[in-house]
Design a binder for this molecule. Structure first.
Ligand code: F6P
Length: 545
């Protein structure tokens, strides 16, 4: 099966409007799952393991060096069979095909969501409006390579003739979190001597901390913004320009790179045409690490490593399209998530990497998952009948064990957990053994529990579900695989809830009101708002007299 549909398939795959029969079929399976959950509410995973000694082999999947063990879940063969029927009834295979074609799957913004094509090899073909877009993507990758090589060779110079040694990425949300995570995660793959810094927050303390350790003459800023209108990014970028000027830099175009879909605004800001890197409206911000938004990462780890990250994601794209639902990692993870959130009424999901390199992963995933699936209307604008995205949270093990694991073991909430675990560490195998043992101990304890009939405080009910993904060590390829798995898992969940994961209208109201508040406070006008907001505005004005 080709990784991408041909042009002919592109026009034939459509997200059909649901027929009454489709809806009835889905509702019937949904109802069967409701009943099945009630009938199996007392089922303990201990018993599932006892009756089936092959459960772990049966419920684990390998993709290259990645192994997913999903056996520690409250699911029987019948549960999984019902969940796969739900996926079939929701036409998941058809929807996966639609994602990989140029179909306008982002219905509320009337455009496709084609981030997977960003990691496809150059020989792949995908036509959009009669044009093969793969060469456009690879042209930007080639431009990135040229810049990265120039920076590493010391050939890129600022306005005073000194080589650039620091780049500061100014961006927020999807224009920040992915590269920030990946630069941090792939420290051991650093190539060249360029310092890579990130500033996102409107709080000026963020920028000033970075500027305090930077030298204007050797600093370049990357303004990463799909829209090039985001308040936080524009404000920080303007402040950085002023700092450059105040510190002796004249021709600022030699210190500015723009990564955007908005060429006009980037030129107006002062970027030269040669220093503008493009991506496209069909790449959502939180899905954009694979585009030129990944430039800070490419500078940090070199272009070859960056391309390994793309290759890892592409491996998952191919798996996602070709594996049957019953062996499809993103599909299975999505169905398990649906099982807990919709049928067991779990409200949150924890991601706990036992990998210091992935300390920023939960924050990255919180945008990916909650900005994508924190919705309450369906793709055709109707209120959805089920709950949608659970709250995603987490942090690194083992630190998490000494913070909130008490709640996971003995609290009243059901919280499914994803454990991510590297098995090798060349610097200290003994310490790695302790780390691995701690991770496995937690998933074992959560699942098995421990009965204590004499002291309720020491009773562990167990039966808490978790998935474990293991890999040898975190390479660019493995990171690409993990992130693509979460992207596609998020997509499958959205398709089952029938929501659009590619828009984010919910962030607009706050942005609009902030603009109004800036105007009102600037002219000492506190009326026209609710009493609470007026009081707080007055308090601000009082303290800033
Ligand atoms: O938070 C809303 C949002 O639009 C995100 O989806 C996006 O990643 C972020 O703002 C930044 O947007 P831009 O890249 O246009 O500056």
């Amino acid at each position: 099966m080709p990784a991408y549909p041909s042009t002919v398939e592109c026009v034939t795959i459509t997200l059909m409007a649901d027929s009454q029969t489709d809806k009835q079929e889905r509702a019937a399976i949904w109802q069967q799952l409701v009943s099945h959950q009630q009938q199996t509410a007392d089922l303990h995973m201990r018993d599932l393991f006892r009756v089936d000694p092959h459960r772990a082999e049966l419920y684990s999947i390998r993709i290259d060096e990645l192994l997913l063990d999903y056996s520690k879940h409250r699911v029987s063969e019948q549960t999984l069979s019902l969940l796969f029927s739900l996926a079939e009834a929701c036409e998941i295979p058809n929807k996966i095909s639609a994602l990989f074609s140029a179909e306008k799957i982002n219905s509320s913004e009337d455009r496709p969501a084609l981030h997977p094509i960003l990691r496809a090899p150059a020989e792949q073909v995908l036509e959009l409006n009669g044009e093969n877009i793969v060469p456009l993507i690879h042209m930007q990758l080639a431009r990135m390579r040229e810049l990265v090589q120039g920076l590493h060779a010391g050939e890129v110079q600022g306005s005073t003739g000194k080589s650039i040694t620091t780049v500061i990425n100014i961006g927020i949300g999807g224009s920040d979190l992915g590269s920030r995570l990946a630069v941090d995660a792939l420290q051991t793959f650093r190539t060249g001597d360029i310092e890579v810094e990130f500033v996102a927050n409107l709080d000026p303390k963020d920028l000033s901390a970075v500027l305090a350790r930077s030298n204007a003459e050797t600093t370049m800023l990357i303004v990463a913004s799909k829209s090039f209108t985001t308040l936080e990014t524009r404000t920080n970028a303007e402040a950085l320009k002023s700092w450059l000027t105040a510190n002796g830099c004249s021709d600022l175009s030699r210190h500015i790179i723009a990564v955007t879909t908005n060429k006009t605004a980037a030129l107006e800001f002062g970027a030269s045409e040669d220093n503008i890197f493009y991506f496209w409206d069909w790449v959502g911000g939180r899905y954009s690490l694979w585009s030129s938004v990944g430039l800070p990462l490419a500078i940090a780890i070199g272009m070859d490593n960056f391309e390994d990250l793309l290759a890892g994601a592409h491996t998952i794209d191919t798996h996602f399209q070709s594996a049957p639902l019953t062996k499809n990692v993103p599909v299975i993870l999505a169905l398990l998530s649906i099982w807990y959130s919709n049928f067991h009424k779990a409200e949150s999901h924890a991601v706990i990497p036992y990998d210091q390199s992935l300390r920023l992963l939960p924050e990255y995933l919180s945008q990916l998952v909650m900005e994508s699936n924190g919705k309450s209307v369906s793709r055709n604008g109707q209120a959805i009948e089920s709950t949608s995205s659970p709250i995603l949270w987490g942090s690194i093990g083992t630190n998490a064990q000494h913070a909130y694991f008490q709640l996971l073991h003995q609290g009243t909430h059901l919280v499914p957990v994803d454990f991510l675990l590297p098995l090798l560490n060349s610097s200290d195998q003994q310490q790695q053994l302790k780390l691995v043992s701690n991770c496995l101990a937690q998933s074992e304890a959560l699942m098995m529990g421990q009965d204590d009939d004499t002291d309720a405080n020491r009773n562990f009910p167990g039966n808490s579900p978790s998935s474990t993904m293991v890999y040898s060590s975190l390479t660019p390829k493995v990171l690409g695989m993990l992130l693509a798995i979460y992207e596609h898992k998020t997509f499958v969940e959205a398709m089952i809830w029938d929501i659009n994961p590619f828009d984010q209208w919910g962030v607009e109201l706050g942005k609009k009101l902030a603009g109004q508040l800036i105007e009102d406070i600037s002219v000492n006008e506190t009326s026209g708002h609710d009493a609470s907001t007026s009081l707080l505005m007055q308090e601000y004005l009082q303290r800033n007299k």
